[in-house]
Design a protein around this ligand. Structure first.
Ligand SMILES: Cc1cc2nc3c(=O)[nH]c(=O)nc-3n(C[C@H](O)[C@H](O)[C@H](O)COP(=O)(O)O)c2cc1C
Length: 208
């Protein structure tokens, strides 16, 4: 009897959690607010996205949809494993040993003055492949706009780390969104759980 009650309570809690997900979280929707931002120059989006669901890639696509510029993905010569915990282990080892994975060569268009830089948050800041990319691209004189997705901890160090990596660039206010997992994606809950395309457009409008 006791076991049955425990199972019933677990089912009830799971049902409430699922209902909460469906009711309170934003769903993927097309943008409903107009893009009013007028960018004062040519832009390019450069991003890295690692997980299977590609949260940061999705934000990059939303930005591209409204800004209408070229988009370049940072790719690793030897990608991280697909499984989350294996990636955590590999990244933890690289941080400890101060090693990094090589990235494939990227040609950044020279006539772009505005660079959107996107990455998942790893340990409070942009993921290691973005840090590797920035070492050979200090973007002096350019305007940098960071965006990221995270697992709940926000992006506390992105802007300061970007300023440190690119001291002669101007860094504008970034955008960060909580990433969603595979179950949330299947339920068509907002790509980023708590954010929609409208949030990206509102942020772009606030910049320019
Ligand atoms: C190695 C590693 C470290 C992470 N560190 C953090 C963190 O410090 N804070 C956080 O909120 N999420 C963290 N996450 C979660 C990712 O930021 C989150 O899942 C993100 O949306 C993944 O983006 P992607 O789909 O573009 O790869 C980490 C994930 C990995 C794999």
């Amino acid at each position: 009897m006791k076991t049955v009650i425990i199972i019933l309570v677990i089912c009830l809690v799971a049902a409430i959690a699922l209902a909460g997900c469906c009711i309170f979280r934003k769903r993927n929707t097309e943008a409903t607010i107009p893009m009013t931002a007028k960018l004062p120059g040519k832009a390019v989006i450069i991003y890295y996205s690692q997980s299977k669901v590609g949260n940061t890639a999705t934000i990059a696509q939303w930005i591209q949809k409204h800004v209408g510029c070229e988009m370049i993905a940072i790719e690793l010569v030897e990608p991280y494993p697909e499984a989350y915990f294996e990636t955590l282990k590999a990244v933890g080892k690289e941080r400890k040993e101060k090693t990094e994975r090589a990235i494939k060569p990227i040609t950044v268009p020279e006539d772009c003055d505005i660079i959107f830089l996107g990455a998942p948050i790893w340990y409070g800041t942009h993921a290691l492949p973005m840090a590797t990319f920035l070492k050979s691209h200090p973007f002096a004189g350019k305007t940098l706009i960071p965006f990221s997705t995270h697992g709940g901890g926000g992006a506390p160090l992105v802007e300061s780390d970007l300023k440190a990596a690119c001291p002669e660039a101007t860094v504008l206010k970034g955008f960060t969104a909580r990433g969603s997992n595979q179950i949330e994606r299947r339920l068509n809950i907002g790509v980023t759980s708590h954010h929609t395309e409208d949030d990206v457009v509102a942020w772009l409008n606030s910049l320019f």
